[in-house]
Design a binder for this molecule. Structure first.
Ligand code: ATP
Ligand code: MG
Length: 213
């Protein structure tokens, strides 16, 4: 009898404002390359007053995430960060998810830009102990700063950080928000169901134009 292996679950965190094909391809590539049993998408909570910009209300970002992942039996969404009601750090997310996922190896999936932020943020040592990291390549961002950014943590934890090349997708939520505000096309950059939802709810200024281009 072969020994049962621990379940392997990928965690895809993000603001998902809105979710797009860059997120979905990153998750799917990680699922396949690391033979993950499933991927949990975790939309970030809405900060009380984020300085740079107003984040779209959580219920919209959560519903867009559900619309984007439907049809992939390997994808799920979690509300842990949305329901916390205070500023969320990756360490909180992983601790909360761990409670519902005993005997599971967790893999936190991030783009090349986000891994540096997360690991230079709060409790990097704890974060790296709770989950292994899959850093996917992203056009415009390099991973050569990783060792420097992690400093003394790099050596002991480097085996828990994996770099995954994915088909380069020059898509960002920032660019999508800009396109929508300018009345430009977003077709083929995110799932059609998400585009329809954006239009129906008049998100990102789409109600100002009356229709989605
Ligand atoms: P914004 O422009 O608002 O920051 P975003 O497109 O970066 O949005 P996020 O929700 O910030 O999307 O990202 C969630 C995660 O997905 C991050 O780890 C980010 O690096 C990764 N990611 C987003 N877009 C891509 C992409 N095109 N290729 C690879 N990874 C991506
Ligand atoms: Mg981002």
């Amino acid at each position: 009898m072969s020994e049962a292996r621990a379940r392997r679950v990928g965690i895809m965190g993000g603001t998902f404002d809105p979710i797009h094909y860059g997120h979905l391809v990153a998750a799917e590539e990680a699922r396949e390359a690391f033979r993950l049993d499933k991927i949990i998408f975790v939309p970030a909570g809405t900060p009380p007053h984020k300085v740079e910009r107003q984040v779209t209300p959580a219920r919209h970002r959560y519903l867009m995430t559900l619309l984007a992942i439907m049809g992939n039996p390997g994808f799920e969404a979690s509300r842990v960060d949305l329901d916390r009601g205070r500023v969320t750090y990756t360490v909180d997310t992983l601790q909360d998810l761990r409670k519902g996922l005993p005997d599971t190896d967790m893999y936190f999936i991030t783009g090349a830009d986000a891994i540096l932020e997360i690991l230079s943020w709060k409790a990097p040592k704890e974060v790296l102990s709770l989950a292994e990291f899959i850093a996917v390549t992203r056009p415009g961002y390099g991973l050569d700063q990783l060792a420097t950014a992690l400093g003394p943590l790099y050596e002991p934890f480097q085996d828990r950080i994996h770099i995954l090349e994915m088909p380069p997708m020059g898509i960002s939520s920032t660019d999508l928000r800009r396109r929508l505000a300018e009345g430009r096309s977003i077709r083929y950059l995110l799932p059609e169901a998400v585009a329809t939802y954006i239009q129906r709810e008049g998100l990102y200024g789409t109600n100002d134009q009356g229709h989605l281009p």
